[in-house]
Design a protein around this ligand. Structure first.
Ligand code: RIB
Ligand code: CA
Length: 315
């Protein structure tokens, strides 16, 4: 087994964020070195507390958590997603508080510090609005240049939106930030709705890790609200855990089929705000091109997630 690769997760827990954090903890390929919180699904004070509690649930309260941006760069996020993730952000599940203190550094400083001192290339998984990452690429470009690989959950090439007809939630929450990140030269994989929407975690799969033990059972409890939302919104008997698929790509590069594309974010104030305009006419050779995920073996990705989550109760 090669040395575990250093990993940072920037996140707005959020139910699928919680699963992504648990997946990272369960995966020996990566060494989770830092978690940075950001506003998004719920307010940043709540996302920060949720990140700390999920890490404690998984026995990893030792992973530093640093609180990040409270609001989007230019225009406030129009609304949060409590109706999807529950007011507390974790599907109504109350987790025990973490005994570990909050890292006192602002998220972007903690991230820049880690990047400037890490010898091995760092993978960063950004699974919430990209406000913290935008602050890094604009305020700390020398640190951003040291990112080995940035995997973002966000956007959509050809699947429209989920929060509006045009926009995916993470990009819609802070389009200016997404534009700053997706137009940078940081090596970036965009894991968008094109690959997350087909990748449904079925109720039977949830039951498998729920049966493994208390951690899996708690993860399943968090998903309960998500399952109800999926049934009522999409008529599906399963859930789309967007962020967990992004972490799967971060943990196992090549899980997703990607094509280098030029991507522009609609930062206007009209009906298309937050749309990712992915130029699929050609493969891009530009340094600012993004590796856009366009194909996925959904069954294999779901099995990977279930098997890893089962490990959390078998350590
Ligand atoms: O569109 C899916 C994204 O929005 C995920 O990151 C989910 O957590 C929500 O924030
Ligand atoms: Ca998220």
């Amino acid at each position: 087994m090669p040395e575990p690769r250093p990993l940072v997760i920037d996140t707005d827990p959020g139910i699928d964020d919680a699963l992504a954090l648990l997946l990272a903890v369960a995966s020996p390929e990566v060494d989770l070195r830092l978690v940075t919180s950001v506003h998004g699904n719920v307010e940043v004070g709540q996302t920060t507390e949720n990140a700390r509690r999920v890490l404690h649930l998984a026995g990893r309260a030792d992973v530093p958590v640093a609180a990040g941006a409270r609001e989007s760069l230019v225009y406030p996020q129009p609304e949060r997603a409590g109706h999807v993730h529950g007011a507390g952000g974790l599907g109504g599940v109350e987790l025990p508080p973490s005994p570990a203190p909050l890292d006192p550094r602002p998220a972007v400083v903690a991230l820049a510090d880690l990047l400037m001192t890490s010898v091995a290339p760092v993978t960063v998984a950004a699974i919430g609005p990209m406000t913290n990452l935008a602050l890094l690429v604009t305020g700390f470009p020398e640190a951003a240049a040291r990112i080995g690989r940035l995997v973002v959950m966000g956007g959509s090439a050809a699947r429209g939106g989920n929060v509006t007809a045009a926009a995916e939630f993470n990009v819609w929450a802070d389009p200016e930030a997404a534009q700053a990140v997706l137009s940078s030269t940081v090596p970036t994989v965009m894991v968008g709705l094109d690959v997350t929407l087909p990748t449904v975690l079925p109720a039977a799969g949830i039951a498998r890790f729920a049966a493994a033990g208390p951690v899996g059972a708690t993860a399943a409890a968090m998903l309960g609200q998500y399952v109800q939302h999926a049934r009522s919104s999409y008529g599906t008997d399963g859930v789309v855990v967007h962020d967990a698929l992004a972490l799967t790509e971060a943990i196992a590069p090549g899980t997703l089929g990607t094509v280098r594309r030029d991507v522009v974010v609609d930062t206007t104030l009209g009906a298309g705000r937050g749309q990712t305009l992915v130029d699929r006419r050609s493969v891009s050779a530009a340094a600012t091109a993004v590796d856009v995920a366009e194909t996925v073996d959904s069954a294999a990705a779901v099995e990977f997630l279930i098997e890893r989550l089962q490990r959390l109760d078998r350590r």
